[in-house]
Design a protein around this ligand. Structure first.
Ligand SMILES: NC(=O)c1ccc[n+]([C@@H]2O[C@H](COP(=O)([O-])OP(=O)(O)OC[C@H]3O[C@@H](n4cnc5c(N)ncnc54)[C@H](OP(=O)(O)O)[C@@H]3O)[C@@H](O)[C@H]2O)c1
Length: 239
């Protein structure tokens, strides 16, 4: 994989695994995150450029993405958070934050990168969730925000073509975000069994697909929403 790939959320489980894959494949990851110390450590490990920004701060995020330079061969928006609450307990602030972090942040990042992506005939990967297609209780804020990401990706794929835009929709994956849900072995085992391929996801499962979608090997793939979910969204488990 040649060229510069901007990775937003680079200190997350999937973002870090992707950054390492891009570097190992001969590309230049440009790392963006909100935690200066962890970002600098990863940048030093990979010999990569980096910029600090909170994804909820649109102008700062746009500046960080532009610092990656031009042309860009890829952009991955690996930012996310999850608030699981019954609808009656969701505040308007919860709803807006989920939408801003997952959907508006992605839109701002791609907007800032668009000229550099066009110059490199690049590719974009955004992240949805199994919860955008399969309904789960307590997932109203994240389900709505991730469904917005899927609609956003299709619009951008059409508008920015030949820049390619694809979405990965993971099920529960062992990263910091999932830690509260897989904190004890019994809970992890019970959730794993809900998947037709009965295990939890690993950051590498998702990063492998992201790296492929950003590479020239995926040069004719655009406008796709692909589950990395052990079949959870589309198959019935033998249970
Ligand atoms: N893990 C799962 O079970 C799962 C399931 C479905 C979808 N996904 C999606 O997969 C993608 C990758 O997530 P992951 O599994 O790698 O989770 P993760 O390890 O928790 O990473 C999430 C990333 O988002 C960053 N982030 C959160 N709020 C931010 C903010 N305000 N500004 C800047 N960065 C912020 C985090 O930064 P810090 O490193 O500083 O905390 C971290 O880098 C996300 O879009 C997530 O929604 C994950």
């Amino acid at each position: 994989m040649g060229g510069t790939v901007a990775i937003i959320g680079a200190t997350g489980g999937v973002g870090t695994a992707l950054a390492r894959r891009v570097a190992a494949g001969g590309g230049r990851p440009f790392l963006i995150g909100r935690d200066p110390a962890r970002l600098a450590a990863l940048a030093a490990e990979l010999g990569a450029g980096h910029a600090v920004a909170d994804a909820l701060d649109g102008p700062a995020l746009a500046r960080a993405v532009q610092a990656a330079g031009s042309p860009l061969s890829g952009l991955a928006y690996c930012v996310g958070s999850i608030v699981l609450k019954p609808l009656r307990r969701l505040s308007e602030a919860d709803m807006l934050e989920a939408f801003r972090l997952n959907a508006v942040g992605a839109m701002v990042a791609v907007q800032a990168a668009a000229p550099a992506l066009a110059a490199g005939q690049g590719a974009v990967v955004l992240f949805s969730s199994v919860a955008a297609r399969a309904g789960f209780p307590n997932h109203a804020a994240i389900g709505a925000a991730k469904a917005a990401v899927e609609g956003l990706a299709l619009a951008l794929g059409a508008e920015l073509a030949p820049v390619r835009v694809n979405v990965i929709a993971p099920s529960l994956t062992r990263t910091a975000m999932a830690a509260p849900l897989v904190g004890n072995a019994q809970m992890a085992e019970a959730i794993a069994r809900l998947h037709p391929v009965p295990r939890l996801g690993e950051a590498e499962d998702t990063a492998a697909l992201a790296a492929f979608l950003l590479s020239e090997q995926a040069g004719w793939i655009s406008g796709q929403i692909i589950g990395v979910d052990g079949g959870r969204a589309s198959l019935r488990s033998r249970g």
